[in-house]
Design a protein. Structure first.
Length: 449
C-alpha cells in the first residue's frame, strides 16, 4: 500500500466506530454503486456481517450503517440524522436504489455470522444480490480501520509518478536531504501523489477542524444518558461545570491536564452518541487529538493555520501506521486506536512546541510505546467503557510524551517505526477475545457481574 493521504487519516464520519460504523456504511455505499446499473426488479439484498462485525456490530450500529449505506446516505450532509433515516427505511420496509424499491427487513435480510472461519479479515461483510431466488451478484468488503475499506486503498486515483515512502525513518531522511520539515513534506507528498494541492488540503482540514471544535463545544454542554444497555451518564459537561465552579478540584494537577482530559471525554461522548465525527485516526479514539490541539491553542494562542499544520504532522504519523501497521481494534486491539491517537497527538504537540523532526518522531514513539499491548474489550459492544475515559487518559499521556521528547533532545533506542512493528507483532499474538469482540476482559467481567 502506498503511504495514505492525510485525508485518509482524518475522515468525516459518524460515531461510534470508524471500522464498524463508517467502514460498514461505506461498504453499503460501494455495493449500492456496484449494482446501481442493474435492473433491480424483483430483487433483494442479503447482508452477512461476519467475525468482529457480528460480535460487536449491534453496539457499534453496524447493521444500521450498512442499511443507510445501501440507501445512499450522504455522510457529510445527513450523517447526523442517520438513526432517523434508518427508522424511515425500516418503517417503510424498503431500500431505494435509483428508484427501485428493494424490500428490506433487517431481521430477515441481515445475517449475523459470529464465526471467524474462512475470514481473511476480522471485519468482513458480504453482500448478495438475489433476483427471482438466485444470487446474481456478490461482493465481500473488509473494513481495515479508521473508516477505510481494503478496496478503497487499491482502487484509488493516484499520480502515475507518485512517490512512496517506506516508513518514518525514510521520510525524515528525505526531508533532511531536501530541506523540508514534516509540514512541507506533507504538502509536497499530497500534491505529488494524490493531486491535492496545499490550498485544497488546507480547506479540507479546516472543515475537519471545525467539526472537531464543534464536538468539544457540544460535548461540554450536553448532559443525559448515552444510547445502549449500559445507560451510561454523560460526564464531560458535569465535570466542566465542576471545574469552573470549584477550582480546588483541579489544583492537584495543572489546569491544562484537567481540561485536556475533559475535552477528550466530551468528544468521545459525542462519538458514543452517534454524532458527526472526524476520525483521528479512528472514531473510538477521536477525542485525543482535538483535546490536545485545543489545550495548546488556548494556552499559547496559536492561530488556526498553525493548528492545521499540526494536524498535518499528526496525519503523517497516522499514515505511516496505516501503511505499515493497523489502526483496527479488531486486528491489533486498542493499541492501534488509542495508542496511535496518542502518538499522533504527541507528535502534533511536539511540533507546536517547536520540536525538531527527531523530537517529533520521539514523541510519537513514546505515545505509541506506552500503549503497546492495550486490549480492545468494549463492554456490551458499545464504544463507551473503557473507550470514553481512555480518550481522556491518552490525551494527557500525549502531552507528557511531547514534554519528555522535548526535554531529552530526542536521544532514544527504539524508533517509532520499530514501535509500529512491535504493535503488529503483539497484535498477531493477542487473543481474539481482546480484539473488538467483547468476548474477554472488561466485557466478560461486566457480563458475569
Ligand atoms: S477499547 Fe479502544 S479499540 Fe476498542 S472500541 Fe474502545 S476505543 Fe475502540
Amino acid at each position: 500500500m502506498i503511504l495514505p493521504s492525510v485525508l485518509d487519516v482524518f475522515k468525516i464520519g459518524i460515531g461510534p466506530s470508524s471500522s464498524h460504523t463508517l467502514g460498514a456504511l461505506k461498504s453499503g455505499l460501494f455495493f449500492r454503486n456496484r449494482i446501481s446499473g442493474c435492473d433491480l426488479t424483483n430483487s433483494s439484498v442479503e447482508v452477512e456481517l461476519c467475525g468482529s462485525f457480528a460480535l460487536t456490530g449491534r453496539g457499534h450500529l453496524t447493521d444500521i450503517a450498512v442499511v443507510c449505506g445501501l440507501n445512499g446516505l450522504d455522510v457529510e450532509k445527513d450523517g447526523e440524522r442517520f438513526l432517523e433515516i434508518y427508522k424511515t427505511i425500516t418503517d417503510r420496509g424498503y431500500i431505494d436504489i435509483n428508484g427501485f424499491k428493494i424490500p428490506f427487513n433487517p431481521d430477515k435480510n441481515i445475517i449475523w455470522n459470529k464465526s471467524f472461519k474462512n475470514l481473511s479479515h476480522p471485519n468482513t461483510v458480504r453482500y448478495r444480490l438475489i433476483k427471482n431466488g438466485t444470487v446474481i451478484d456478490k461482493q465481500e468488503y473488509h473494513s481495515i480501520g479508521g473508516g477505510m475499506l481494503e478496496k478503497e486503498t487499491t482502487n484509488r486515483n493516484i499520480n502515475e509518478k507518485a512517490c512512496d515512502f517506506k516508513d518514518l525513518n525514510e521520510i525524515i531522511a528525505f526531508c533532511k536531504k531536501n530541506g523540508m520539515d514534516f509540514v512541507k513534506f506533507s504538502d509536497f507528498f499530497e500534491e505529488e501523489t494524490y493531486f491535492n494541492n496545499k490550498e485544497s488540503i488546507n480547506e479540507q482540514l479546516k472543515k475537519r477542524r471545525k467539526i472537531m471544535k464543534q464536538r468539544i463545544e457540544k460535548g461540554l454542554k450536553t448532559k443525559g444518558t448515552l444510547p445502549g444497555v449500559l445507560k451510561l451518564q454523560r460526564r464531560a459537561a458535569k465535570m466542566f461545570d465542576e471545574y469552573v465552579k470549584n477550582l480546588r478540584l483541579w489544583r492537584m494537577l495543572s489546569e491544562e491536564v484537567t481540561l485536556t482530559s475533559i475535552y477528550a471525554i466530551a468528544v468521545a461522548e459525542e462519538n458514543a452518541d452517534g454524532a458527526l465525527i472526524v476520525t483521528s485516526p479512528t472514531s473510538g479514539s477521536s477525542g485525543v487529538l482535538p483535546a490536545v490541539l485545543r489545550t495548546i491553542q488556548e494556552k499559547y494562542r496559536f492561530g488556526d493555520d498553525k493548528i492545521i499544520d499540526a494536524m498535518k504532522v499528526a496525519g503523517l504519523i497516522g499514515s505511516v501506521v496505516i501503511k505499515n501497521g493497523s489502526i483496527a481494534g479488531a486486528k491489533v486491539g486498542c493499541q492501534g486506536e488509542i495508542g496511535v491517537a496518542c502518538s499522533m497527538a504527541a507528535a502534533s504537540a511536539c511540533y507546536l512546541m517547536d520540536g525538531t523532526m527527531e523530537q517529533i518522531e520521539f514523541a510519537a514513539e513514546i505515545g505509541l510505546e506506552h500503549h503497546l499491548g492495550l486490549t480492545c474489550d468494549p463492554v456490551a459492544g458499545l464504544v463507551q467503557i473503557p473507550c470514553i475515559e481512555r480518550n481522556g487518559a491518552a490525551a494527557v499521556s500525549a502531552l507528557n510524551a511531547a514534554n519528555l521528547a522535548l526535554l531529552s533532545r530526542a536521544k532514544h533506542q527504539i524508533s517509532f517505526d520499530n514501535a509500529v512493528k512491535t504493535m503488529m507483532e503483539i497484535g498477531k499474538d493477542m487473543n481474539k477475545k481482546y480484539k473488538e469482540t467483547s468476548l474477554g476482559g472488561l466485557a466478560s467481567i461486566y457480563k458475569s457481574r
